[in-house]
Design a protein around this ligand. Structure first.
Ligand code: GLN
Length: 455
């Protein structure tokens, strides 16, 4: 961890100063040469970017926040990194995260927690707390994150930054270390909707290396973020994502956001999504199931760490056992056990099968809601940033942070979190509140259009 350099925020696990400066110098040289060279530069050329350490990079270590991959260097770049390099954005380094992206506070990192720049005694959200904190603390203007159940949007909400989960399949997952493959998406983290949109445009697009990649053309998101006028836009308030469990200050800022949108000409309607009640339960079966399968590759043979048992016999099972016992943290082990159980022969239908049915019901809720509204709106997170340690020993309390973000992953639709003002933190301070917009699949431009109206 890089301490001292960032006031103890601990946003970065690795800083790549030399590489970043070399890219910046290259851009300067092209600019100085002028003419055709300058025209050929991408609008984001020279704008530094931080990368969540779940995304693999050549020349910089990738740990996934785990001791399992300590010191591991990827032999290839993720597709999004290839695009970032081609557009000449200097890569500042790799940001901290909950181990294998499992968590909502970045406290499950094997390399120490990241702190919220607004209040160093509070969490920056998770799992992408490092990327959000780096952007919020003005350490990086842009960052990349991944969102499986809210890991871009919830950190965005509690750090006062903008974060987007793109439509599933619209940004290549090639080179994003797999957590739950049917839910994972890479997306942009930024300080404004327009910045996020520009980065989103850069990383989106079909990739033959990702079998779930969409073949759509890349739409103009930045243009949507610049279109301030929301006259006639129908915005649906999700009845199930407010009220109980949501802090008063969060609900107050949410109501003010609705007033702002109404005053700007939007039409606010109410929509019902009754199956959302089961979203969290379904997610915490599907996600660990897929993760238990994805994490089976860390066997002490093929990747990263290998720990030998201290006594004989040295069988492959015992090497695997010793490696996984030492390499994985508690939360990762908890989810592997949960997922393996849910997928086991006698229980598969009861757990995994039922969860998949709930997933369909949630998609149907969204389909019905989007008949009535162009975009949907809710608070991104039920609370402002909570104190470090508060929920660390209570997995259920930690999981409840994701109630509002998870439905979008289960349905594969896009979502954004934008800053919605400050609310009381219960201790005399003020902390950011996030407002979430959701749109139908492939309509990511709509979340930028609506989100920009709150800026
Ligand atoms: N907080 C959620 C979880 O722990 C989301 C994680 C994510 O999006 N990577 O599963």
């Amino acid at each position: 961890a890089v301490d001292g350099g960032d006031r103890g925020i601990n946003a970065f696990l690795h800083v790549s100063g030399e590489e970043a400066l070399a890219t910046a110098a290259e851009v300067d040289k092209i600019r100085a040469a002028g003419g055709g060279g300058t025209e050929a530069l991408h609008p984001l050329a020279g704008v530094p970017i931080a990368v969540k350490d779940l995304i693999v990079t050549v020349g910089q270590p990738t740990t996934a926040g785990s001791k399992m991959l300590e010191g591991w260097m990827s032999p290839y770049d993720a597709t999004v990194i290839e695009k970032v390099r081609a557009a000449k954005l200097p890569i500042l380094g790799k940001t901290n995260l909950d181990e294998f992206a499992m968590g909502s506070s970045t406290e499950h990192s094997a390399y120490g927690a990241t702190r919220n720049p607004w209040d160093l005694d509070r969490i920056p959200g998770g799992s992408g707390g490092g990327s959000a904190a780096a952007v919020a603390a003005f350490e990086a203007p842009l960052a990349l994150g991944t969102d499986t159940g809210g890991s871009i949007r919830q950190p965005g909400a509690v750090t006062g930054t903008v974060g987007t989960k793109p439509t599933y399949g619209s940004v290549s997952r090639y080179g994003a270390i797999a957590m739950a493959s049917s839910l994972d998406q890479i997306g942009p983290v930024a300080r404004t909707t327009e910045d996020a949109a520009l980065l989103h445009e850069l990383i989106a697009g079909h990739d033959p290396k990702d079998s779930t990649s969409l073949v759509d053309e890349v739409p103009a998101f930045a243009q949507a973020a610049r279109r301030q006028d929301v006259t006639g836009l129908k915005i649906g308030v999700i009845r199930q994502l407010q009220g109980e469990g949501y802090q008063e200050g969060v609900l107050a800022r949410f109501q003010e956001s609705l007033d702002t949108l109404r005053a700007a000409g939007a039409e606010i309607v109410e929509v019902d999504c009754p199956s959302f009640e089961y979203a969290l339960g379904a997610y915490y079966l599907i996600m660990p199931s897929e993760a238990s399968s994805n994490l089976a590759r860390y066997d002490g043979v093929r990747y990263g760490r290998r720990v030998l048992p201290t006594d004989a016999p040295l069988t492959i099972e015992r090497v695997m056992g010793a490696t996984r016992a030492a390499g994985f943290g508690e939360e990762v082990k908890r989810r592997i056990v949960l997922g393996t159980y849910a997928l086991s022969a006698g229980y598969y239908d009861a757990y995994y099968g039922s969860a998949q049915k709930v997933r369909t019901l949630i998609q149907q809720d969204f389909d019905a809601a989007f008949e009535k509204a162009d975009v949907l709106i809710s608070p991104t997170s039920p609370t402002v940033a909570f104190p470090l340690g508060e929920k660390l020993d209570d997995p259920l309390a930690m999981y409840l942070n994701d109630v509002a973000t998870i439905p979008a992953n289960l349905a594969g639709i896009p979502g954004i979190s934008v800053p919605g003002g400050l609310a009381d933190d219960g201790a005399g301070g003020q902390l950011p509140v996030g407002i979430q917009f959701l749109a139908p699949a492939r309509e990511d431009a709509r979340v930028y259009h609506a989100g920009a109206a709150l800026e």
